[in-house]
Design a binder for this molecule. Structure first.
Ligand SMILES: [Zn+2]
Length: 244
């Protein structure tokens, strides 16, 4: 994520006028409990819907769902020096961030006979600094205060220390002029965008030689590699609007 092309502070998100992915560094302020913290999901992660006959159906699996699993969907208020916004951690990332699954969290609450509907653990990460990759959707552009989905995050202090915004790093312009419009590579629910992309083997080995210890970076470059041929085939690179 340190090398992702669009690394911008929160104030710049408000200036975006098209769907895109961005990376930013924020401090977690608090959990926004208004929206709850989990949903009852099909084992595939999708939220099933009640049909007119009363059965619960997953449109992704195209099957009736007999048992649901609690999965995280946690909204957090975050900030940096330039602004604030709300972001959503979906199940996989929230589990990593909070150190236990949503089922475990519910179980613990029941065991301890807690009456509250929101586990206090959700606020225990307040003050934590994270780098997040955010997927800006048209909905977020239309509704500037809406929560933005996290598709990747990193809480490693060494990497956080190395984080620089794109405009602080002019020397690496070679990759930053590949501006990718990545909607077509994106899977709806936000959570597993990256994991569903396959990194071409050559991109992977190329990165490996850099000896970097973060697998996250491979994924980013993988994305660039994948998108590049598409860009070429759709032609004129120079027509692509530069940010800044
Ligand atoms: Zn399903």
């Amino acid at each position: 994520m340190l090398s992702f092309r669009t690394r911008i502070p929160l104030c710049e998100i408000a200036k975006l006028d098209q769907e895109c992915d961005i990376v930013t560094k924020v401090t977690i302020q608090k959990c926004e409990t208004l929206y709850g913290w989990f949903y009852d999901a099909c084992p595939c992660d999708k939220k099933p819907k009640y049909q007119s006959n009363g059965s619960l159906k997953c449109t992704k699996c195209d099957k009736d769902v007999l048992m649901t699993i609690p999965k995280y969907k946690v909204h957090y208020k975050v900030y940096d020096d330039t602004g604030k916004c709300s972001i959503i951690f979906f199940d996989r990332h929230a589990t990593e961030l909070l150190g236990k699954s949503a089922s475990k969290m519910k179980e613990n609450m029941q065991e301890e006979g807690r009456n509250s509907t929101i586990p206090k653990e959700l606020d225990e990460i307040a003050g934590k600094l994270v780098i997040v990759k955010l997927k800006i959707k048209s909905h977020n552009i239309k509704h500037r205060t809406s929560s933005i989905g996290v598709t990747q995050f990193c809480a490693d202090n060494n990497l956080i220390k190395k984080f620089k915004y794109s405009n602080q790093e002019e020397s690496t312009a070679s990759t930053s002029n590949i501006r990718t419009i990545s909607q077509e590579n994106v899977i709806e629910d936000g959570d597993n965008t990256v994991s569903k992309l396959t990194t071409p083997p050559e991109a992977y080995t190329k990165q490996k030689t850099l000896g970097n210890d973060t697998p996250i970076v491979y994924e980013d470059l993988g994305l660039v590699e994948i998108c590049t041929p598409k860009m070429n085939s759709t032609k004129p690179l120079k027509n692509i609007k530069k940010e800044k």
